[in-house]
Design a protein around this ligand. Structure first.
Ligand SMILES: Cc1ncc(COP(=O)(O)O)c(C=O)c1O
Length: 466
């Protein structure tokens, strides 16, 4: 039985089972059935994770931007166990449960503006997918069947369902997949570092806003249903838009009755020092905010969206026109997941983690920017507890080169050897540690990253490649 023997499983046998039977996300198909180089993690505590070779590492990316309160939390484990024994499941299609109701109340209380109703899903992709399907439903009920186009950004990432994958503009995710692109339109990423040479940040912002406005005009405002955007593009490379970007785009959306969906799957639940970043950090109250990841600190899957009362009022009550929002999942509002989220929120509150992030983030950002002074690093950026360094071997190149990506992978490998996971995304090494991280642990993390970058710089010079 797993509960009794899980910790004693034979590692070689488990690795063999994975090679024979497991397909992982982003599987390199030519390597299916071989080791593929993925570590097998066996246990974790706080900000640290251990692999099957007994190596203890700082988990730099915090799982996948999700382990807010850190690993090995007894209160969350207890809440999960207690709820599993009390009532592990109820069908959300015809009943409700206590944890989902209470969690909806808590999330509504700290969501901005009149965002007051919560729909729960199973993760981030299903959260965004459900929000987009709400937009389609909404416009159908309002008798505007053509108002369905979704404007999103190159380099954005919103998930792996048919629709959210179509709305994700990261080139690397697209080959060999059919994408539901009919009603999806991409505009430029607000990539300040890669903006046209010689252009000021202000002019770049004007250009981005003008591009959005022109796209709305080209498509016809009567055909545009939603603008979908992460407050900062996370998987796209920690792209923080110029100040005022979201606000100006929101104003255009309001003018044309376009729903603004803020995808806070990464930025929600404390990553930027607030429950949500939309209003507090980026100065907007969108119509819908999607969330997942940090809502349970990664202990169990959960996601959802929180939506404005004003929007809901247009298609509910007297305005419902007999409609049912039939989008949903067997596990919408799963009681065990919601109980874990409630325990997680309690910990964030009791430990004052939002204030802790606001206090420690400036130090974290200062330290990451110091790495930007190394010759191999073209840019070092971030906000809150999310940051990256971008490896640039050729300052004249307009975009990241294959060599840049190879170099970032090498930095990543040396970090791992030194005791730190940094998730390389293309040419970028990304950090988004658990919110409980201390100043000393930030120092440890930066020292390993710096040492690895310097080692790669020295090697590249010795190899005559740089
Ligand atoms: C901004 C954003 N939205 C949506 C998703 C998809 O979430 P999930 O992987 O939980 O389905 C992700 C995943 O990284 C994300 O970063």
């Amino acid at each position: 039985m797993y509960a009794e023997t899980g910790s004693q499983w034979n590692v070689a046998e488990l690795e063999d089972a994975a090679h024979r039977h497991l397909i992982s996300p982003a599987e390199e198909m030519s390597k299916l059935g071989t080791s593929g180089g993925r570590p097998l993690f066996t246990s974790a505590d706080g900000i640290y994770i251990r692999d099957s070779h007994g190596r203890t590492l700082i988990d730099g990316p915090g799982g996948m931007w999700c382990t807010q309160v850190g690993y090995n939390s007894q209160p969350i484990a207890d809440a999960i166990a207690a709820q599993a024994l009390r009532i592990c499941y109820n069908s959300p299609w015809y009943s409700i449960n206590g944890p989902a109701s209470e969690l909806a109340r808590r999330i509504a209380a700290f969501a901005p503006g009149d965002l007051d109703h919560v729909f729960f899903t199973t993760g981030g992709s299903s959260a965004v997918d459900s929000a987009l399907r709400f937009m389609q439903f909404y416009n159908n009920v309002l008798g505007r069947p053509d108002k369905k186009a979704i404007i999103c950004r190159i380099d954005g990432y919103h998930g792996s369902t048919h629709l959210t994958a179509a709305c994700s503009g990261r080139a690397g995710n697209r080959p060999n997949f059919d994408l539901a692109l009919d009603n999806v339109s991409f505009i430029s990423a607000p990539n300040v570092f890669r903006r046209p040479r010689g252009m000021s940040e202000e002019a770049f912002l004007d250009m981005l806003v003008a591009e959005f406005e022109e796209r709305v005009e080209t498509l016809g405002p009567e055909n545009v249903g939603a603008f979908l955007a992460e407050p900062l593009l996370a998987s796209g490379g920690i792209l923080i838009p110029p100040k005022g970007y979201h606000r100006r785009i929101l104003e255009i959306c309001r003018r044309h009755d376009i729903l603004y969906i803020s995808d806070e799957v990464v930025t929600g639940f404390g990553r930027c020092g607030h429950w949500f970043a939309s209003e507090e950090v980026f100065d907007i109250v969108p119509d819908i905010i999607t969330f997942a990841k940090g809502v349970t600190s990664g202990y169990v899957p959960l996601g959802g969206f929180v939506i404005s009362d004003a929007v809901l009022a247009r298609v509910s009550g007297e305005n419902a026109r007999g409609s049912f929002y039939t989008n949903g999942y067997t596990y919408s509002g799963h009681p065990v997941s919601c109980a874990a989220a409630l325990a997680n929120i309690d910990i964030i509150e009791e430990k004052g983690l939002l204030a802790h992030v606001r206090e420690i983030a400036p130090y974290f950002q200062e330290e990451i920017r110091k790495l930007g002074e190394l010759p191999l690093i073209g840019d070092a950026r971030g906000t809150g507890l999310v940051a990256c360094v971008e490896c640039v071997t050729d300052p004249d190149a307009e975009e990241a080169t294959d060599f840049d990506k190879e170099v970032a992978l090498r930095v990543d490998r040396y970090c791992y050897e030194g005791g730190l996971i940094v998730r390389p995304i293309g040419s970028m090494c990304v950090l988004s540690p658990a919110l409980i991280i201390t100043r000393e642990q930030i120092d440890d993390m930066m020292a390993i990253l710096r040492g690895s970058i310097v080692r790669v710089q020295d090697e590249l010079k010795a190899e005559g490649r740089w």
